[in-house]
Design a protein around this ligand. Structure first.
Ligand code: UDP
Length: 239
């Protein structure tokens, strides 16, 4: 018999800024909209894992500049990501999607611990899996974790949703008006040109493991669903 193709499995990275709607804290309307868009793709049979950042609450580097111990501030940052995870879980469930949150810092009342094989099983059953608390380690970023989780759960692609930009540009379009959007580039080019879509550790982890990445804009309604379904929007970055 013909081997049946495995369903598409992707990891969606959302920065905390997206959830905050440009402010500190959480904008439930924004989270609800994103959840609705994710639900459409899940209904289509796309297996969706999500890593959410926490920049809308705390960034460890910023708190440490203001006198806090870096590691402790980073733990605060990681705990912030969990609040975003719970908000997304809530709106996904309301949109009819069964979800599980798995955190890298154990907190049994709130979420499952990160267990990769179990996460894969959830995905196979059509549950959205949301990974929280980053790597559970200070000095790491949710960017880097998103690549690691995508690799360990065998995702086909990492999708990076951005606010304000609709892909990767030759320079920062907010600073340089001559900047142009790229349809495709390599990880080496992104690193050489210092295009800070994700941090350099995330880029090099992606490159070393030949995991394709798509960067797309979230401002246009429907784009999250489009990206999850595999439409060629934004910019693709490959090895
Ligand atoms: N963080 C960390 N280790 C991790 C992931 C996150 O220490 O593995 C902390 C770090 O302080 C970071 C904060 O959590 O500033 C929020 O995560 P991030 O800045 O990646 O969120 P985003 O910018 O995507 O909103």
């Amino acid at each position: 018999s013909e081997p049946t193709a495995r369903p598409r499995r992707v990891l969606l990275k959302l920065s905390g800024e997206v959830f905050g709607g440009g402010q500190i804290g959480l904008d439930p309307d924004v989270v609800s909209r994103i959840a609705g868009e994710i639900a459409e793709a899940v209904t289509d049979g796309v297996q969706v894992a999500i890593v959410v950042g926490g920049g809308n609450f705390f960034r460890g580097a910023e708190l440490s500049q203001r006198g806090m111990d870096r590691a402790r501030a980073d733990y605060m940052g990681m705990l912030g990501t969990v609040m975003n995870c719970l908000a997304l879980q809530d709106f996904l469930e309301k949109a009819g999607v069964s979800t599980r949150v798995q955190t890298a810092i154990t907190m049994g009342q709130v979420a499952e611990p990160y267990i990769p094989l179990r996460a894969i099983r959830h995905l196979e059953k059509g549950r959205a899996v949301i990974f929280g608390a980053g790597a559970g380690m200070p000095y790491f970023s949710t960017d880097t974790v998103s690549i690691q989780r995508a690799l360990e759960t065998h995702c086909d692609e990492v999708l990076v949703g951005k606010n304000g930009v609709d892909g990767v540009y030759t320079a920062d379009p907010k600073v340089d008006p001559t900047a142009t959007k790229l349809d495709h580039l390599t990880f080496d080019e992104a690193l050489q040109r210092d295009l800070r879509v994700l941090d350099a550790t995330a880029f090099s982890l992606c490159r070393d493991n030949a995991l394709p990445m798509r960067v797309f804009g979230m401002n246009e309604r429907g784009n999250v669903t489009r990206a999850l379904r595999g439409e060629k929007i934004g910019t693709v970055v490959t090895a």
